[in-house]
Write a protein that binds this ligand. Structure first.
Ligand code: SAH
Ligand code: SF4
Ligand code: F3S
Length: 485
């Protein structure tokens, strides 16, 4: 099992990484007096929050650093999605406290979902941090830091119904200068029974579309060529002047309600050379209007991350996902009808959810075959305290069974990824160059519209350009080719 996971990790098929690796802030030197080191864990939204934190603190006299040793302030921006994510952070905190013993003036703070879930516990019981701030409390960071400077511990885990940080211009950390993420909403109202996010991120709220379009326009002007619109459930994006209580005379001409399809269209209209992606779509909410909008604009990428979690309707019901297997398959048929076979589809799946039988697990595999996913993030169920499932159902599938089932779906996905990539061989793909390939400095790496990584020799082209690449071979994770006119 371990070996299989390792191999597949190399292929990029098994991607626990995307949720549980670290992103360390890049160094920014604008002559500020104090240095902030920030390590983000978890999902893209959390990484995007790291950029908001850096922006708020830059105004307060902090530059970011990628070197822990020179940091005055160390933030771990944490994730609670699975037990393993929290264990990783705890171990890291213990390590950092070793450093703090030698550097007592170094301030250590926990941000993000684990801060929200554990609140004062991190300060009082474990005594390993100076500061705790939940995802909606980042504007309060300057004040919290002052509190610590003055010798007390500081905590703010208040969850807001309004905060979207709409006016904060993120400092782009770890940026390749070509692709960027834009948060369009925060929180989640779905209450999937296994999931901790509604508790750590609070109620769902959408960000003002004008500020989203302005951010995307600004990125394009700075040379970026792709934006990904982020939300836990982008299909329920909804902004109305009335509801958001912002009706002002000068804005009287604004459309009454902006839904996700209309937001997508507005961002796509900024420039035909600005690619638009989005994540995550929810199978119960994705509309035909969104699919038709995708079809209408060449620069909206033909790729949908549509997590299914399980292929069995009874399990889906226990998970409180709000749709059945048939409903999901019908949505996939609609995607194929409107966007064709080339449209990339990926998923998230959980094995060994409470009471899942062997036959029900097999239905996840048969659904994978029916959909022909390009890619999946796959996990075994990890019970999270306080969730509906933890309260209502026993976590009754033995760990060996959860892992065996996980191994089976990983194997299936690996076969499917290879098969889907083989369909791309012999075809010309439009690729946006994102930077040097991780494997060779002589090769570029970019992605096609379906979100597949394409590797090809550099010749004399540059990052941020669109090129046509003839794909000549592939692995389950990568397309390999050469540029053509
Ligand atoms: N909003 C997204 C998911 C965000 S969490 C959606 O609805 O699809 C990312 C993924 O983590 C989930 O899709 C799920 O597959 C996985 N996940 C969430 N809670 C989990 C848990 N308790 N155990 C294992 N995996 C979990
Ligand atoms: Fe969690 Fe469900 Fe919300 Fe996704 S939609 S964040 S899985 S509660
Ligand atoms: Fe993790 Fe919070 Fe994201 S729990 S997956 S960092 S929303």
């Amino acid at each position: 099992m371990e070996n299989l996971i390792k191999d597949l990790e190399v292929l990029g098929v098994f991607d626990e990484k995307a949720f549980e690796t670290v992103k360390v802030s890049a160094s920014q030197n604008t002559g500020k007096t104090r240095k902030l080191y920030i390590e983000s864990y978890g999902c893209q939204m959390n990484f995007s929050d790291g950029e908001i934190v850096a922006s708020i603190l830059q105004k307060e006299g902090f530059d970011t650093t990628s070197n822990l040793d020179e940091a005055d302030l160390v933030f771990l921006n944490t994730c609670s999605i699975r037990e393993k994510a929290e264990t990783t952070v705890r171990n890291r905190l213990i390590q950092i406290n070793g450093i703090k013993k030698k550097k007592p003036n170094m301030m250590v703070g926990v941000l993000g979902c684990m801060a929200e879930r554990l609140k004062n516990k991190l300060l009082d019981e474990e005594k390993i941090v100076d500061l705790v701030a939940g995802p909606d409390a980042y504007r309060d960071l300057p004040q919290l830091i002052t509190q610590v400077d003055e010798g007390s511990k500081a905590v703010n885990t208040f969850l807001s119904r309004e905060e979207t940080y709409a006016d904060v211009q993120p400092v782009r950390l770890n940026s390749n200068g070509v692709t960027a993420f834009i948060s369009i909403m925060r929180g989640c109202d779905n209450m999937c029974s296994f999931c901790v996010v509604p508790f750590t991120r609070g109620r769902e709220r959408s960000r003002d579309p004008e500020s989203i379009v302005a951010e995307a326009r600004d990125l394009f002007a700075k040379g970026y060529r792709e934006v990904t619109l982020l939300g836990q459930n982008v299909d329920s994006y909804k902004w109305s002047e009335e509801e958001n209580n912002k009706a002002r005379l000068e804005k009287i001409n604004r459309a009454a309600v902006v839904n996700f399809a209309s937001l997508l269209e507005r961002v796509a209209q900024i420039h035909r050379h600005l690619r638009v992606r989005f994540s995550t779509s929810h199978p119960k909410d994705i509309t035909d209007e969104v699919l038709y909008t995708m079809a209408k604009y060449e620069n909206i990428c033909k790729y949908i991350h549509l997590p299914v979690q399980s292929g069995n309707s009874r399990v889906l019901q226990l998970m409180n996902r709000g749709h059945s297997r048939d409903w999901y398959l019908q949505r996939v048929s609609k995607i194929r009808e409107i966007l064709g076979i080339e449209c990339g589809i990926s998923s998230d799946m959980i094995t060994g959810f409470c009471t899942e039988t062997e036959d029900e697990h097999k239905e996840t595999i048969s659904l994978m075959d029916a959909v022909q996913y390009d890619f999946s993030y796959m996990f075994f169920y990890s019970e999270r305290p306080g969730t509906l499932a933890a309260k209502k159902y026993a976590d009754d599938i033995p760990m060996e069974v959860k892992k065996k089932r996980l191994e089976e779906i990983i194997k299936k996905q690996n076969e499917l990824s290879l098969k889907r990539n083989q369909m791309d061989v012999g075809k010309v793909h439009k690729v946006l160059i994102e930077g040097a390939s991780r494997r060779s400095a002589e090769q570029w790496q970019g992605r096609n519209t379906a979100n597949k990584v394409v590797i090809f020799p550099k010749e004399n082209r540059n990052k941020g350009e669109y090129v046509n690449v003839l794909v000549e071979s592939c692995t389950a994770a990568t397309l390999i080719g050469r540029m053509v006119d």
